[in-house]
Design a protein around this ligand. Structure first.
Ligand SMILES: *Cc1c(COP(=O)(O)O)cnc(C)c1O
Length: 370
């Protein structure tokens, strides 16, 4: 069986460190907040080249808290890519703003700045750049638009730890970035976790207060916030994993290069386009074909697990019927039925990647590599 994700093999590869991290937190009873969380915040800020990091309960909360801290006017519009996980848009609505979907580029699957420009109205307050699948969105294009219209930029980096746009890491390229440490993400906790990164000290402080009941010290609450904190166990586990993240991202890039070389030139199969001057974190390796379900079934038969990200474009979800964007002629609304995620990760040996390549080629009746 070639697994899509193998968290157990990753655990075994760093078992001593993880076990010691967990035992240390239990020994200290440092279950919420404390030194382990602060230490993780400073190492993760350094890893993402951000001045500040605020750890929170999960990646969805991270987006909501950023929007609240930015003080976007209630009812204002936030432009969100039509191809993403629902958390990106859900956080907008839950923060009292209105979602406006913009199309993605059909080759990179990332927010199309041209379409963003067309969606701007007098009520637009922010753009959500989602670095989907681990590839940075066109931050230069988006920053230009934001500057021209006085808009904020939030980066959803849930899939893009360590990714870079023109040599700079994502997360502090706009106003603030949100990260998820859901177990299956490139940097995953053993439960839920998330973080906010920014260069703006005042914004970081507001986020920290919102995530911790609006307080500045134990019972001094400046306003009503909420409870969204990273726990000590997750922080210690994440700190034990962080030193390995670079090599895991490199391993993902090696798998991606094998796929790009081995699956090149197959009629009916589109490979992901990688932007110039980006470092892709390859959380997912997504191919496109009109025969998606057949290909997935063929690979399953061959013992190869695949995934679909995401089977229904956001505007076509029942949750967003009220926006009336389901039938817009956007590429996102059309290609959702064609996307297939192949296995990728440091758990895969080169021979396994070649097995996947051979199985895909045999499905399309393409010769063995050539
Ligand atoms: C995982 C994910 C989130 C949400 O993160 P959680 O920690 O699960 O709340 C947000 N956006 C994207 C693009 C994601 O993949």
């Amino acid at each position: 069986m070639i697994r899509f994700l193998d968290l157990h093999s990753q655990y075994l590869s760093i078992k001593t460190d993880i076990d010691e991290a967990i035992a240390g937190i239990i020994r200290e009873s440092a279950f919420v907040g404390g030194a382990a969380v602060e230490s993780f915040e400073s190492s993760f800020a350094a890893f993402q080249q951000a001045s500040h990091c605020v750890a929170v309960g999960n990646g969805t909360d991270a987006i909501e808290i950023i929007i609240e801290a930015l003080g976007l006017p209630g009812g204002s519009e936030v432009i969100v890519p039509a191809n993403s996980f629902i958390a990106s848009s859900e956080a907008v609505t839950r923060s009292g703003c209105r979602v406006v979907f913009a199309d993605v580029d059909p080759d990179t699957y990332l927010l199309d700045p041209g379409d963003v420009r067309r969606r701007i109205t007098a009520r637009t307050s922010a753009i959500m750049a989602v670095h989907l699948y681990g590839q940075p969105a066109d931050m230069e294009g988006l920053r230009g638009i934001a500057a021209g219209h006085g808009l904020r930029i939030i980066e959803d980096c849930a899939q893009a730890h360590g990714a870079e746009f023109k040599g700079r890491r994502v997360g502090a390229l706009g106003d603030a970035g949100s990260f998820s440490f859901y177990p299956g993400k490139n940097l995953g906790a053993y439960g839920d976790g998330g973080a906010i990164t920014t260069h703006d000290a005042a914004l970081a402080r507001r986020c920290r207060m919102i995530a911790n009941h609006g307080r500045i010290d134990k019972y001094n609450h400046q306003f009503e916030g909420r409870n969204s904190r990273l726990d000590g166990l997750q922080a210690a586990i994440l700190s034990a994993k962080l030193p390995h993240l670079e090599s895991w991202i490199e391993a993902r890039n090696r798998v991606a290069r094998l796929y790009l070389a081995g699956l090149h030139g197959i009629d009916g199969l589109l490979l992901p386009k990688i932007g110039d001057d980006v470092r892709h974190a390859f959380h997912l390796f997504v191919v496109r074909t009109g025969r998606r379900d057949e290909l997935a079934a063929h690979l399953k038969q061959a013992g190869i697990q695949t995934g679909v990200h995401y089977p229904i474009a956001l505007p076509r979800l029942s949750a967003y019927a009220y926006l009336g964007q389901a039938n817009e002629a956007m590429s996102a609304n059309r290609i959702d039925v064609e996307l297939l995620s192949l296995p990728i990760g440091e758990h895969l040996a080169e021979a396994e990647v070649q097995t996947v390549i051979a199985a895909v080629r045999s499905f399309f009746g393409a010769d063995a590599r050539g």
